[in-house]
Write a protein that binds this ligand. Structure first.
Ligand code: CP3
Length: 353
């Protein structure tokens, strides 16, 4: 596909371990409710309607790019579009978050899943949004595609929404390990197809969100999450190469995955995202020198004063160093953050040479 030439490739350079003109910075959930222009658009449109309408998804993706000097855009969508593609109903309830009214209650419910999934048919709207956004970005910054990781998606599909303990999803791991593996395999297969098509549609970097890593211990993570994450990376890269698409870097962000940072650095991902509880120096020694790190300012630091944000941002960068590094928050930005505070974070990153 022919797209406008990329004018700012600092994100991709950092991903490959090359020198950068400035430290690249983007922010998880940068297109979101903290922006008044997002809230205005959402007031008129249901959450999944925004995801499913390429023009709206594109508009929301571009909102933070228009406002800030960011180094990447991330396509507006949600990790839960994959369970939807498998036939599971997902609703976004204001003030509650995602609700899945008919969760998987027992292994026999796996029969309800509409698998295999033709991702082009079921998730074609995401690919259209990506292609449209690549054009509308006019090469300003690269566009990131993403998906949820299988274990994290399994949690939502079994819990029926968010949970403090993930005890229902974890009970599957102990009571039905084989069915758990079967579900994880289904999710891994769909995720591979989904990410490949995102790159074909124009995504220039792919991030996998393992937001529920913290609920598994090391051994469980090694058995139920790592093999899926490894296969996703290997198969996506292999399939893209066969289709003549090279150098689409991949990021793994495993929130709370302290126990497995070393493994996460050794399964093929170019970038390991760190949450705000992780210590940059320790993470670097665990993942080794050949992986780029991304993160990890506490999202709540943006409640502080301008001076405090500047101080914490400079301190963060001094611990990461400037090479093989992408600045970000250590989880998504909160809806009640003052947009001006985010500007302070972004501009402070760029002032450092
Ligand atoms: O700007 C971006 O980062 C791109 C868009 C994006 C959204 N969700 C939009 C969204 C991305 C990358 C996601 C990923 C996502 N979705 C994750 C992984 C990242 C993480 O936070 O750990 C998860 C776990 C989900 C599932 C999900 N979607 C939850 C738990 C919630 C409710 C939390 C909340 O902030 O209310 C959502 C809703 C959601 N996804 C919103 C947005 C902008 C807010 C809902 C709204 O607009 O009403």
């Amino acid at each position: 596909m022919d797209f406008p030439p990329l004018l700012n490739d600092n994100l991709l350079r950092a991903a490959r371990g090359e020198d950068v003109e400035r430290i690249p910075v983007w922010v998880m959930r940068q297109a979101g409710r903290y922006l008044p222009e997002f809230r205005a658009l959402r007031a008129e449109n249901n959450f999944f309607k925004v995801c499913q309408t390429p023009e709206l998804a594109c508009e929301v993706t571009l909102q933070p790019i228009k406002r800030y000097d960011l180094d990447a855009a991330i396509i507006f969508s949600d990790i839960l579009v994959v369970p939807q593609a498998l036939g599971i109903v997902v609703e976004m309830k204001p003030g509650v978050g995602p609700v899945l009214p008919e969760p998987l209650l027992s292994p026999s419910d796996l029969e309800r899943l509409k698998f295999p999934v033709d991702v082009k048919e079921k998730l074609g709207y995401v690919f259209e949004a990506i292609t449209l956004t690549r054009h509308k970005l006019e090469g300003k910054v690269p566009l990131i595609g993403f998906s949820g990781a299988p274990w994290t998606l399994m949690c939502y599909m079994i819990e029926g929404g968010g949970s403090k303990t993930m005890s229902k999803a974890k009970s599957w791991i102990y009571q039905h390990p084989e069915s758990s593996h079967e579900l994880l395999k289904i999710l891994t297969d769909v995720t591979v197809d989904y990410l490949v098509e995102q790159a074909v549609a124009g995504a220039q970097l792919l991030q996998v969100f393992e937001s529920n890593a913290e609920y598994l211990g090391r051994e469980q993570f090694e058995e139920f999450a790592i093999p899926c994450l490894k296969r996703i990376c290997e198969e996506v890269k292999g399939r893209l190469e066969k289709r003549g698409i090279k150098s689409v870097p991949m990021t793994i962000f495993a929130k709370g995955g302290h126990h497995s940072l070393k493994q996460l650095g050794s399964i093929g991902y170019d970038i390991v995202g760190l949450d705000w509880t992780m210590i940059p120096g320790e993470a670097r020694s665990l993942v080794g020198p050949n992986v780029t790190l991304q993160g990890n300012l506490d999202p709540c630091a943006l409640y502080g004063t301008k001076e405090h944000i500047q101080k914490l941002t400079r301190k963060m960068i001094s611990t990461f160093g400037k090479s093989r590094y992408i600045a970000n928050l250590g989880h998504g930005i909160y809806p009640d953050i003052d947009p001006e505070r985010l500007k302070v974070f972004i501009d402070t990153v760029h002032e450092i040479h």
